[in-house]
Design a protein around this ligand. Structure first.
Ligand SMILES: [Zn+2]
Length: 237
């Protein structure tokens, strides 16, 4: 079991469950040096293997020179690691059910125990406040730092018209939160549809959020997802 193996499994898990598709990426902070992190070279997540993982410094420059194409949006990862010392894993995704909540005034709310962390508050990053007329991509350290400021101390931030960023103390939490953020957004839309404009929806209250979040480490699901992902990778060889 190694960190790099877990990182490769994370790409496969998120792709398998439709949280990332041909795009999106996940990184993990180095255990050896907190000023370094690991991220794949630019590649569709379902194709990522251990050979594709590169080491970056927190300015998102690759540590070893090479001419592999890099993810344009790697600054998301470096700038979040700079501002959040306790965060060791970052997922950037275009998870589809989450997008409507980034473009409307309807906030994501805690509705489902697997995604109780939503109750901590999920901010929305508005790229126009930093750069007008952008192509929405976090192409520069400046945009990465602005996104990290929007995220603040929270577990996730929506990126208007683009996707979201989800963080955790480890890969299993960042991956688990990304999976259940997508599910919870879908459940909230369904509940709002059933309830209609006058119906009542019972959200988690603050005490329920407080009781649920620290316990939720997604360990059982992570073990299953990881095992299946590593079996698939083995079968490809
Ligand atoms: Zn993106």
């Amino acid at each position: 079991m190694s960190l790099i193996e877990d990182l490769v499994a994370s790409y496969r898990i998120l792709a398998e469950h439709g949280v990332i598709d041909g795009y999106g990426h996940v990184s993990v902070r180095s255990e050896r040096d907190p000023k370094r992190y690991y991220l794949s070279r630019s590649l569709a997540p379902e194709l990522v293997t251990e050979n594709d993982i590169l080491e970056f410094d927190l300015d998102s420059n690759p540590v070893t020179a090479g001419n592999q194409p890099l993810y344009l949006e790697r600054f998301i990862h470096g700038e979040i690691y700079k501002s959040r010392p306790e965060v060791n894993a970052v997922v950037h995704n275009h998870s589809p059910s989450v997008i409507p909540f980034g473009v409307t005034s309807v906030p994501l709310k805690p509705i489902f125990h697997m995604a109780a962390f939503i109750g901590v508050g999920i901010p929305t990053f508005e790229i126009r406040k930093t750069q007008k007329g952008s192509d929405m991509l976090i192409r520069t350290p400046r945009l990465g730092a602005a996104l990290a400021r929007s995220l603040g101390p929270k577990p996730a931030a929506l990126m208007r018209g683009h996707g979201s960023v989800v963080v955790g103390e480890d890969l299993q939490r960042a991956v688990g939160r990304s999976m259940y953020l997508e599910t919870s957004a879908r459940l909230q839309m369904q509940a709002m549809l059933i309830a209609g404009p006058r119906g009542k929806i019972t959200w988690f209250d603050a005490a329920e959020v407080k009781a649920s979040v620290p316990r939720q480490d997604y360990a059982r699901a992570w073990d299953l997802w990881r095992k299946k992902a590593l079996e698939r990778i083995k079968a490809e060889r």
